[in-house]
Design a protein around this ligand. Structure first.
Ligand SMILES: [Zn+2]
Length: 311
């Protein structure tokens, strides 16, 4: 199966086989002027697939010059430490809030182990530290010269406090990570990925404003692929973020438990998705991309911490 697709001159998409499924978790490859950059190389469990995708497109992993993170969640940056060992020319670019966790992943590993237990290795593979001297910290308003491009960095918290997007002003391509939500290919449905602990709806709304203001020609989602009508997509995301948040808040005010709220949310939202897609596997595929349990945990923590007055 082809895992690498050219989207535009110098821009490739790599589909990683996460939990045995393609087109749910992806990376982007930028090539130009003797530089090769990978945005969000993905989890350690798919690092080999990433490398074979590179070779399939005719590139040598040894020639990679930049590994770039939109944020440090394991499905985006888990493979950084293992990959950098095989890429002598590469440096890792990551926001200052995320850099310490790539250099010392022990906290990330501990909290993921509490959630995933014995499934850790299968889901995420090796999580190796990135040597400090290989890390290049980036901040809001930085401009990166990478692979013959000029990429603007914009800090976009809301989904995570270490989240940035990369915008190519000349081509209009915007590498969005998770702040533009989840929308699988061929399905006109945007789902809000709201895991704990950083979810912040006000910050996220401001980040959506940032993305809209840039007037991108295309959004490249991590989950998954290009979306060519950014304004409509982002409006839908904003509506969904707020509607799902209100739903969880309403259930909390009725003193429902976390597991009851998860069941209620599934019962409310799955039929919406089913109306849009004929493929019953879509429910499972969206669940792999962003699951209901984490969604509810993220919102519950947000309401308790940021808006206890509304409970
Ligand atoms: Zn994420």
């Amino acid at each position: 199966m082809t895992v690498i697709t050219q989207l535009r001159p110098g821009t490739w998409q790599i589909s990683l086989p996460f939990q045995g499924e393609y087109d749910i978790v992806g990376s982007y490859l930028l090539v130009g002027e003797n530089e090769i950059a990978i945005i969000d190389p993905g989890p350690g469990s798919t690092a080999e697939a990433l490398l074979s995708g590179l070779r399939e497109a005719g590139y040598n992993p040894q020639d990679v010059t930049h590994l770039i993170a939109t944020h440090i969640h394991l499905d985006h940056a888990g493979a950084m430490g293992s990959l950098i060992q095989q890429m002598p020319r590469a440096k890792v670019l990551v926001h200052s809030n995320g850099a310490p966790h790539l250099i010392d992943p022990s906290k990330v590993v501990a909290s993921a182990t509490r959630i995933y237990g014995e499934r850790m290795q299968t889901l995420w593979g090796a999580i190796e530290p990135v040597p400090q001297e290989r890390v290049h910290v980036i901040e809001d308003e930085d401009v990166l010269r990478v692979a013959g491009r000029r990429l603007e960095v914009h800090y976009t918290p809301g989904h995570a406090i270490h989240h940035v997007i990369f915008f190519d002003v000349h081509s209009g391509e915007l590498f969005a990570g998770d702040v533009a939500g989840v929308r699988l290919q061929g399905i006109d449905y945007v789902r809000p990925p709201t895991p704990p602990p950083d979810l912040d709806l006000e910050a996220w709304s401001n980040s959506i404003d940032t993305l809209k203001r840039l007037r991108p020609d295309v959004l490249y989602l991590s989950h998954f692929g290009p979306t060519s009508n950014p304004a409509i997509h982002l409006s839908r995301l904003r509506e969904q973020l707020s509607a799902w948040g209100d739903f969880v808040l309403g259930a909390m005010r009725q003193e429902k438990s976390e597991s009851e709220i998860i069941d209620l949310l599934v019962a409310q939202m799955d039929p919406q998705l089913q109306r849009i897609t004929a493929d019953p596997r879509s429910l499972h595929r969206y669940e792999i991309a962003t699951n209901y349990a984490m969604t509810v945990q993220g919102y519950m923590r947000y309401w308790k911490k940021k808006h206890p007055e509304r409970l």
